[in-house]
Write a protein that binds this ligand. Structure first.
Ligand SMILES: *Cc1c(COP(=O)(O)O)cnc(C)c1O
Length: 338
């Protein structure tokens, strides 16, 4: 039994999800004729109280399409220094949109309204035009940290007052919603666009959804096509998405409880210097000088436990749908012996 904590992207479709996929109605989605894709887009938009949605092949695509739609070349995007849109999307902001980035030193991936306010360039031809703020909730590099919703409201106000667009990278937004007992519609009211991943702890094999107003999604559909992201009988994948949105959200609290159990066993170890606060399904911990992250990852692998060294002294473990209670117990017991 291999216990794979490398990422929540490693999940495989359950029998029930496979059944939903195999019985999906499909058509050519580039012609707008795939009933399952249309249903997923309608369902997700309704859930967030937003006008429209667009199914894409990845969260990188939904983020990059959104950034392209919200900016012009030479504009500046404001985000946290650890943001996925900047760190892990291949320099896509520059490559796809010709935009520059202003990086803010946030608290575990979270930035504040005051920081955003101070980061907006004056209307001066010397300066790049600040046009977009991107938030990430939960924050991946922040160890699955969640925003305080009041802070998001304040950042939204700053964006409105300064004519900036407001995008949410909500790859793991459902983890935050479940943990903080928030509603999708609260988010739909504040953001110009939201990206959510179906392929992380919701358990789909592929897919992300971009949400926004009708005109924005119309433009996004064009950009997706230009990026090579128009898919044909994508309903087989969309059907997995509908299944996930209907069945796999509430259970995320189990993942969070499992993550806390594991983090408690890690905190006690002498070779661990500190564990980032575990708010959702991600555990990031820093090792003392006696043990490197790759060495610990290798040691865990001897016990069939897979983790990820995100830096020379930091290890990340991510809990997800395919991690059972037994696997959590085995992991806790293994840490006791290390
Ligand atoms: C995983 C992730 C994405 C999207 O990644 P893809 O692998 O392209 O689907 C975007 N943002 C964050 C914060 C992520 O963790």
């Amino acid at each position: 039994m291999t216990i794979d904590f490398r990422s929540d992207t490693v999940t495989k479709p359950t029998p029930a999800m496979r059944e939903a996929m195999m019985s999906a109605q499909v058509g050519d989605d580039v012609f707008g004729e795939d009933p399952s894709v249309n249903e997923l887009e309608r369902y997700a938009a309704e859930m967030f109280g937003m006008e429209a949605a667009l199914f894409c092949s990845s969260g990188t695509m939904t983020n990059q399409v959104a950034i392209k739609c919200h900016t012009l070349p030479g504009d500046e995007v404001i985000c946290d220094e650890n943001a996925h849109v900047y760190q892990y999307e291949g320099g896509g902001i520059a490559f796809n949109s010709g935009a520059s980035v202003k990086l803010l030193p946030g608290n575990l991936g979270r930035i504040t309204a005051d920081q955003v306010s101070a980061a907006i360039n004056p209307d001066d031809p010397h300066r790049a035009h600040s046009s977009l703020v991107c938030l990430e909730n939960t924050s991946n590099r922040g160890g699955g940290s969640c925003y305080d919703f009041e802070e998001i409201k304040q950042i939204c106000k700053v964006c409105r007052n300064n004519n900036l667009k407001f995008h949410l990278d909500g790859a793991r937004l459902f983890n935050a919603l479940v943990e903080k007992k928030e509603k999708p519609r609260q988010y739909g009211e504040l953001f110009d666009s939201i990206s959510v991943c179906l392929s992380k702890s919701l358990g789909c094999p592929v897919g992300s959804v971009l949400l926004g107003k009708k005109d924005f999604i119309k433009k996004a559909r064009r950009v997706r096509k230009v990026f090579g992201g128009g898919m044909r009988q994508a309903g087989f994948l969309a059907a997995a998405g509908i299944f996930a949105l209907k069945n796999n959200i509430n259970r995320l609290s189990e993942d969070h409880a499992h993550a806390r159990m594991i983090s408690e066993s890690i905190t006690k170890k002498s070779f661990v210097k500190k564990v980032l606060p575990v708010e959702t399904n991600i555990i990031i911990f820093e090792l003392s000088d006696s043990l490197s992250a790759p060495a610990l990852v290798a040691k865990l692998k001897e016990h069939d436990i897979l983790g990820y060294a995100i830096s020379p002294n930091r290890v990340r473990l991510v809990v997800h749908l395919d991690i059972s209670k037994e696997m959590v117990e085995k992991t806790v017991n293994t840490f006791k012996t290390l």
